[in-house]
Design a protein around this ligand. Structure first.
Ligand SMILES: Cc1cc2nc3c(=O)[nH]c(=O)nc-3n(C[C@H](O)[C@H](O)[C@H](O)COP(=O)(O)O)c2cc1C
Length: 193
C-alpha cells in the first residue's frame, strides 16, 4: 500500500492505484480480462473511431510468451511476474485509411484510463510499459503499417514479494510515498506560465 498525498479530495479508486512490479500468485481468468477490455471499450474516442487494438495473453500461454519476448530488457527483469500481458496498439489513420488520426494515442490513453479504474475496483494492479520493441511486436502480431504498437501492460492482483525483484527495483517498489508535480506546474487559469 502506498501513500498518495493528494491536495484535494479524489476518489479512492484513483487514490489507491499504483504500478507494482510484483503481483500476487493468484491467477487471472479470461473472464477478468474480458471485463477489463469491456471497461476500455466504453471509453470515449475522437469521432468514436475506437482506434485501440489489444493483444492479450494469460501466463502459461503462447501469446503471453510472445508479448513478453517483445519487451525491452529492462521490463523483462520484472514483467514475467504478471499474470496477464497486453500489447496495446492504435490505428494511425481515420476511416478513409489515409488521413492521420492525430488523436488516436490520446484515445488509447483514455481506454487505458478506463481499464485502470476497472482493474483497481477489482483489486487488480497494472503496470504500463513504453518499453516494448514496437517494430518487433508489430511484425510478431501481424499489424500492418496503419497500426503502431505503443505500449505493453502487465496485470496481476496486488501482492507479491518485492524482495524477489533485482536490487535496483526493490527501492521504488517499497517506497511508500508517491510523488507528483504540483497543480501550479501544469494547470493555468490563463496563459501558459
Ligand atoms: C505510457 C506509460 C509508459 C510506461 N513505461 C514504463 C516502462 O517501460 N517500464 C516501467 O517499469 N514503468 C513504466 N511506466 C510506469 C510509470 O513509471 C509509472 O506509472 C509512474 O512512475 C507513476 O507511478 P504510479 O503509476 O505508481 O503512480 C509507464 C507508465 C505509462 C503510463
Amino acid at each position: 500500500m502506498k501513500t498518495t498525498p493528494n491536495d484535494f479530495p479524489i476518489s479512492e479508486t484513483i487514490k489507491n492505484r499504483w504500478s507494482p512490479r510484483v503481483f500476487a500468485a493468484k491467477e487471472m481468468t479470461k473472464d477478468e480480462v474480458q471485463i477489463l477490455l469491456e471497461a476500455g471499450r466504453w471509453a470515449p474516442s475522437s469521432n468514436n473511431l475506437q482506434p485501440w487494438r489489444i493483444i492479450w495473453g494469460i501466463k502459461g500461454s503462447d501469446t503471453y510468451d510472445r508479448i513478453f519476448n517483445c519487451l525491452a530488457d529492462f521490463n523483462k527483469q520484472w514483467a514475467g511476474n504478471a499474470q496477464v500481458l497486453w500489447a496495446c496498439a492504435f490505428k494511425k489513420t481515420m476511416k478513409d485509411g489515409e488521413k492521420e488520426n492525430f488523436h488516436a494515442l490520446h484515445d488509447l490513453g483514455l481506454f487505458m484510463g478506463n481499464v485502470s479504474n476497472q482493474a483497481q475496483e477489482m483489486g487488480i494492479a497494472l503496470h504500463q510499459m513504453a518499453g516494448i520493441d514496437f517494430k518487433k511486436a508489430g511484425k510478431e502480431f501481424n499489424f500492418t503499417e496503419e497500426y503502431h504498437v505503443a505500449t505493453a501492460v502487465a496485470f496481476g492482483y496486488y501482492g507479491g514479494d518485492a524482495s524477489s525483484l533485482p536490487k535496483d527495483l526493490q527501492d521504488p517498489e517499497t517506497k511508500t510515498m508517491r510523488e507528483r508535480i504540483k497543480q501550479d506546474d501544469f494547470a493555468f487559469n490563463g496563459n501558459f506560465k
